[in-house]
Ligand binder design. Structure first.
Ligand code: 13P
Length: 258
């Protein structure tokens, strides 16, 4: 049984006051949910990914809590003369357990290629982080019935550089680009179809990879979370806008409880 995972991607939002308050409120909500649950493992794992500069503050606010810290990006190199970049070891040193790689905003705005995303994935895993690798099609690609082809290409690139032992630390996020920040969510059927396809591709690559968690991202909200999360291959959510309000985010976490 794969434990559900709900990850908040704050994107480029937040400041120190917001970080302290939001982390405290979410940590409290998750603690209460665990206290209420007959089986603590039925409560979803939760992670928050603030902007890099707020990570140490979030790590302090979430110390001794059940909520993990993650980052939104990492450099592909282990270290070196790469001004402005952040390494995987720095993320670990600052208290991160997760890192998101290959988000569509990075692929689109910063021209990240499948090859670069694959390098970042390998670097993150080598440093001991769990890598959340994003994939997903644009609306034009979906309308051209190229969803599976696009997702397969993105996935294959990332999987190629991963050793069998690392699958335990790999998470896939299916984020249809047209659903991100748009208020238009994939229907549960559309999402489950894509997740099932991803699960099949993972299994074909390596049977151990089929146990990876596959998160859905793209306008997941308290109103639609339960219907999405009820599907067999949807193991959690990668939440943008709704992660910036404790009540909305906690409602999604509660909808993910099994
Ligand atoms: P929204 O939940 O705001 O659509 O963002 C999803 C996302 O991109 C998470 O990484």
């Amino acid at each position: 049984m794969r434990r559900k995972l709900v990850v908040g991607n704050w994107k480029m939002h937040g400041d120190q006051a917001m970080t302290t308050a939001l982390c405290a409120e979410i940590a409290r909500g998750v603690k209460q949910a665990i206290a209420r649950a007959a089986d603590p493992a039925s409560v979803a794992e939760v992670a928050l990914c603030p902007p890099h500069i707020l990570i140490p503050l979030a790590a302090t606010a979430l110390a001794d809590s059940e909520v993990a810290v993650g980052a939104q990006d990492v450099d592909a190199h282990a270290n070196g003369a790469f001004s402005g970049q952040i390494s995987a070891d720095m993320l670990v040193d600052s208290g991160c357990r997760y890192v998101i790689v290959g988000h569509s905003e990075r692929r689109t705005h910063y021209h990240e290629t499948d090859a670069l995303v694959a390098q970042k994935t390998a670097t993150a895993l080598a440093a001991g982080l769990s890598a959340i690798v994003c994939c997903g099609e644009t609306m034009a690609q979906r309308q051209a019935e190229r969803t599976e082809q696009v997702v397969e290409r993105q996935l294959a690139a990332a999987l190629d550089g991963i050793g069998a032992a690392d699958f335990a630390n790999l998470v896939i996020a299916y984020e249809p680009v047209w659903a991100i920040g748009s208020g238009v969510t994939a229907t549960p059927t559309q999402a489950q179809q894509a997740h099932h396809f991803i699960r099949q591709r993972l299994a074909a690559h390596n049977p151990r990879a089929a146990t990876c968690r596959i998160l859905y991202g793209g306008s997941m909200k308290p109103q639609n979370a339960a219907a999405l999360l009820a599907n067999a291959d949807i193991d959690g959510g990668l939440i943008g806008g709704a992660a910036l309000q404790a009540s909305d985010f906690l409602a999604i976490c509660n909808a993910a409880a099994t």
